[in-house]
Design a protein around this ligand. Sequence first.
Ligand code: THU
Length: 160
Amino acid sequence: MENKELKIKYTEYNISEINTEDENLIEKAKEAAQNSYSPYSHFKVGAAVLLENGIIIKGSNQENAAFPSSLCAERVTLFYANATYPDIPAKILAITAFGSNNEILDEIITPCGACRQVILETENRFNNNCRILLASKEKVLEFQTIKDLLPFSFGKEDLK
Ligand code: THU
């Protein structure tokens, strides 16, 4: 038997330390959150993805009275981006959320498991890393790849 440890890498920034390109993408994610359809949770999530061709696609969570038919902001965004630009890799994905008072959260939210799996598929299909920015009111966490948020993942190389 051997106990093992896993380390993940990420960087924490104060929002004032963020470069202009990243800041712009975070702003787009905030804008996207305002288009959230979340009458059940009152939790508005926004995402924005910068594609390699410079195009930014925005998306937000879309809820449904039949709750499981809802979709998270991250998947709305990536499915739309991949459906519209099927040959263009995703470079950076910014995610943010607003609470029921419509204030941006003080705490970072991280993507749910299903969204992590979809981000992984997006990386895998283009064979690239998609940098991920998780933004709260004052802080930003940066992950260079979804593999740091989804260790021990199941991907295409596991389908033998
Ligand atoms: N939600 C997202 O859009 N992204 C996440 O990463 C976490 C949760 C949405 C789903 C649902 O509409 C609401 O937030 C509350 O769970």
